[in-house]
Design a protein around this ligand. Structure first.
Ligand SMILES: *Cc1c(COP(=O)(O)O)cnc(C)c1O
Length: 384
């Protein structure tokens, strides 16, 4: 268990050993050949980009992927020298930063490709890029039927180097594999056609976490690990299919305890009223920390191994939970009175009980990805 940081009694604990474990499990899964690309976009899904990047590179990953140019600049300015792949095409105005910081963009338009090539050439550089192919997700990318022609159009440019070709799956985590197989076969056909036409493919990659866990045909030259790097499953479909260790847990210390009289309300709107004979304990974590307000009166917390109910509306920076005073929770393990300074677990394990990001995501009808990103917004991170 980590210590609270000096300035706040709410924190995210990040287990870098878990990140290491997840990279190693992936290496065991994919074999020696494919490179492992650690997807550290969105501040490493809330886990801290720099610390995760260093740990992943140190345990078998060789490439990093990001979503915005600023994320790449931050990594470079912190001394990261590994290849950094930007997973989308940024605005043309960002090209000087790409060149200066050696960030490899994805290309999806002719305008951007030409601008990149010209600016690189003027600077005496050759800019590497990965071509993003749309095989059916229809988000970004060159349509798979137009790739060869596109590459031939820009092949003349001495300022450009085609370093990789990739696609992304819309349904790799779905129980039905019909659409996945269509996307995969379009991608395989394209790669074969490129080889036949004498067009260099560069590094071929398409596997996100779900593909890496489920489909060996998707490995090619590199796999892109996002959510599974953090020990989270892409969906319930992969439960039990890989031994992942969650890296993030969320903790807080009680800052205030009271025993409001029967009928007294708690928090904004007073939607909860004390039934009497309960303690109301406050912890300094709220929706600005990623503890979503829709969890109000629904979520649980762990206190000394007991599962207790959060009550009243979750505020921006604080929320409350209820601790029954003469609790019938269990004669063998009675609930002790709550004191200021006691630790509460919001996500994680305590005394044999567990609250996971997946459980919280189910309550909110969302996915663990979104919640992990949210907890990265403001909480201080403690690395263990
Ligand atoms: C975010 C992202 C990934 C990682 O996806 P996970 O499901 O988290 O593994 C891989 N590739 C692309 C293009 C992405 O945008």
């Amino acid at each position: 268990m980590s210590e609270a940081p000096l300035t706040r009694d709410a924190w995210a604990e990040i287990d870098l050993g878990a990140i290491r474990h997840n990279v190693k499990e992936t290496r065991a899964r994919v074999g020696r050949k494919p490179m492992i690309c650690a997807v550290v976009k969105a501040n490493a899904y809330g886990h801290g980009a720099l610390e995760v990047a260093r740990t992943a590179l140190d345990s078998g990953a060789s490439v990093l992927a990001i979503a915005t140019v600023d994320e790449g600049i931050q990594l470079r300015d912190s001394g990261i020298t590994a290849p950094i792949l930007l997973l989308s095409e940024p605005p043309v105005s960002s090209i000087p930063f790409l060149l200066e910081k050696s960030i490899t963009p994805s290309i999806t338009t002719l305008d951007f490709a030409l601008a990149l090539g010209e600016q690189a050439d003027r600077a005496g550089l050759v800019a590497p890029y990965h071509l993003k192919v749309n095989t059916g997700m229809n988000r970004i990318g060159i349509h798979y039927t137009e790739v060869i022609e596109f590459l031939k159009t820009i092949a003349f440019h001495r300022g450009l180097k085609h370093e990789g070709t990739f696609t992304h799956f819309a349904t790799a985590d779905a129980s039905d594999d019909w659409d996945f197989k269509i996307q995969l076969s379009r991608f395989i056909e394209l790669i074969e056609a490129m080889r036949l036409a004498g067009v260099d493919t560069g590094i071929v990659h398409c596997a996100n976490s779900a593909t890496t866990i489920r489909y060996a045909q998707g490995y090619f030259d590199m796999v892109r690990l996002g959510v599974s790097l953090y020990g989270l499953h892409p969906s319930s479909v992969t439960y039990g299919k890989m031994n992942l260790k969650p890296a993030m847990s969320i903790h807080a210390k009680v800052t205030h305890v009271a025993e409001p009289a029967v009928g007294e309300g708690v928090s904004y709107g007073l939607i909860y009223r004390s039934p009497g004979n309960v303690q109301i304990a406050t912890i300094p974590i709220g929706y600005a920390d990623g503890l979503r307000r829709n969890l109000s009166d629904k979520m649980k917390v762990l206190y000394k191994g007991h599962i207790l109910q959060q009550v009243g509306r979750i505020c921006m920076d604080q929320c409350m939970f209820e601790a029954p005073l003469s609790s019938g929770l269990s004669r063998l393990n009675p609930l002790p009175p709550v004191n200021v300074g006691d630790e509460v677990v919001i996500i994680g394990e305590q005394g044999g009980n567990k609250i996971t990001l997946d459980m919280m995501a189910d309550q909110l009808d969302t996915i663990n990805y979104e919640l992990a990103c949210g907890f990265g917004m403001r909480l201080p991170r403690v690395y263990v």
